[in-house]
Design a protein around this ligand. Sequence first.
Ligand code: NAD
Ligand code: GLY
Length: 366
Amino acid sequence: MNTPATIHVPIALGERSYDIHIGCGLLAEAASWAGLPASADALIVSNTTVAPLYASRLAAQLAVRHRRVLQLALPDGEQHKDAATLTLVYDQLLGAGCDRKTVVYALGGGVVGDMAGFAAACYMRGVPFVQVPTTLLAQVDSSVGGKTAINHPLGKNMIGAFYQPARVICDLDLLDTLPERELSAGLAEIIKYGPIADVVFLDWIETHIDALRARDKAALAHAVRRSCEIKAWVVSMDEREGGLRAILNFGHTFGHAIETGQGYGVWLHGEAVGCGMVMAADLSARLGLVDAALVPRLQQLCARAGLPVRAPAMPLARWMDLMRVDKKAEAGEIRFVLINGLGRALVRPAPDALVADVIATHSLPA
Ligand code: NAD
Ligand code: GLY
């Protein structure tokens, strides 16, 4: 197998700048951890699935840098991304007498990363944290850019903070154990970057989708790198989502409605985003913003990625209520990320009748 060289993608955010390391074998490489904040204590926050696979290997590396390396395995699943589970992190930190220099390492997918990051943002008003993403979705999206959050029963990611990590370590070897369905969910967030920012990358994904599904390391390295480069560019222009950053939520308004409407954990986040992208592309086409050919193009690519492309049946009123809880909504008006010519995106409202047509077209029969 061809092993790609390690790549560093910088995120330029002034004093909050950091690097994303992308490559193979990074967990066991001293260079991955060199130069990170020094402290007596470290806490590895993981979950009951990932910790048995990788936590002891990470702990062995960190033992060189920290006097005490504590470990916490949270319950696994989106349905546990809540206030009760978050409290377990504070219980561990306070129970062990960890001070404000303690470094929190998030070892897991987006759920662990979002929760550990939010805990790090709040513990003693902020302790350093490092992202060690173990899913494809987390490597290309959630570990980068500093969004941290937990869910509320009334809305996804509604309680959170912007809090940047000190570094992101994307070890592609950790993806070897990822279930196929989770790999596909990560591909959705990779596909997302094409229509919103990079047509050449969209073409490349179409050509390499089978290699990505086969976990070819060179293909994965390129996909993770290009995704992180695009995200780094967007985040460095608009860290706190005053405007541009919202384009990273392409497919998420419909997608969050599917996730929340079905119950957290029923549809994977990436699955909901994949289906949501097809719907948002259709809405863009109906508004005359992009050629309608994008809709079947994205539908086919998502299907080849192993993603569902038909939304679950939900009453229209339920869709609308759920989408109004979206963070992009303003004064109760739903705002969508739309493709404005392939490779560009904008955020704007859309007439309810068109939204209803899109939902009817792309939903399974009741
Ligand atoms: P996840 O964290 O639930 O992980 C998916 C599953 O894979 C879990 O069961 C996990 O235990 C397992 N797993 C993780 N790594 C593994 C490995 N290497 N081998 C075997 N199993 C492994 O899901 P996800 O898709 O990584 O993340 C979804 C979450 O990310 C959602 O909560 C979403 O809201 C959030 N998110 C956040 C941002 C952001 O900017 N902060 C962006 C996108 C998504
Ligand atoms: N995943 C969307 C963002 O980071 O802004």
